[in-house]
Design a binder for this molecule. Structure first.
Ligand code: FPP
Length: 253
């Protein structure tokens, strides 16, 4: 796994454009650093998440505008329930207000909204909004946006294993049918290409249980000194340029 580390300000040089660059088909983003962004300003953590949500919309639309086909954002992990109740509550409120607006907001951009993760843990109201967002955007033809909520890569793989095992127990498949493709077909992202590029601002060098199976050959770009609410369109384009410079060999020479 290659890790690209931008030092101070290098993520915003803006010297080149994306003209003629082969774009990643699928980008994953770990939207990290909201809490630190708020702390630096003497604000409560939920103010950081609000700023993060605003930036999420800006960056999502920019991805769609420049021609990215799939974008997966990590909004809430299976482990984030361990945060203080007040912070979890604030995030749930944010998801709700965001989802109420998202239906209109992403319509003009022609974005297909999907949710990956275990939705059953959310309130009935939030689950209804999730369904409504998926239902009303499913026939659009633009970028697919996967919002990972109550998502964990390990949990996703266990679920896939159980689904496959059940089919074997029921005699529908044999051991030889259990292939890498069969696992991929039983993930939340079934039918989608694996991520080519995964971006993590805020300088943490971790995967944090994000797209574990799918990221086997993803290129990572980690930005030091940039917290998610400050991650700009220009920085996104520089991450893509960094990705385009990589020599992807997929285990070959
Ligand atoms: C990680 O930063 C961020 C989160 C756990 C929440 C991400 C959520 C959003 C950006 C809200 C927008 C999403 C949608 C779909 C509306 P952190 O809190 O761990 O930051 P820290 O490491 O600085 O404490």
């Amino acid at each position: 796994m290659a890790i690209g580390i931008f030092g101070k300000n290098k993520g915003s040089s803006g010297a080149k454009t994306l003209d003629g660059v082969i774009l990643p088909e699928h980008i994953g983003i770990i939207m990290d650093g909201n809490g630190r962004w708020a702390k630096k300003r003497g604000l409560p953590r939920k103010a950081g998440h609000r700023a993060g949500a605003k930036n999420f919309r800006t960056i999502t639309k920019h991805c769609a505008n420049i021609g990215i086909k799939y974008l997966t954002v990590y909004a809430f992990s299976t482990e984030n329930w361990k945060r203080p109740e007040s912070e979890v509550q604030a995030l749930m409120e944010l998801f709700k207000s965001y989802l109420e607006e998202a239906i209109r907001d992403f319509k003009d951009e022609d974005i297909v909204v999907r949710f990956i993760g275990d939705k059953t843990a959310f309130s009935p109201e939030l689950q209804a909004l999730i369904r409504e967002n998926e239902e009303c955007s499913k026939d659009r033809s633009g970028m697919v946006l996967n919002i990972a909520m109550n998502y964990g890569g390990r949990d996703e793989i266990v679920r896939a294993a159980k689904r496959i095992a059940q089919r074997a127990v029921d005699g529908e498949i044999s051991l030889d049918d259990i292939t890498e493709q069969a696992v991929s077909d039983n993930l939340y992202t079934a039918g989608q290409p694996d991520p080519d590029l995964i971006i993590r601002p805020s300088g943490e060098y971790r995967i944090s249980n994000f797209l574990l199976w799918q990221s086997a050959y993803a290129e990572y770009v980690i930005l030091d000194d940039v917290l998610w609410p400050d991650f700009s369109k220009e920085m996104l384009e520089n991450c893509i340029l960094e990705y385009a410079r990589r020599n992807r060999r997929f285990g070959s020479v």
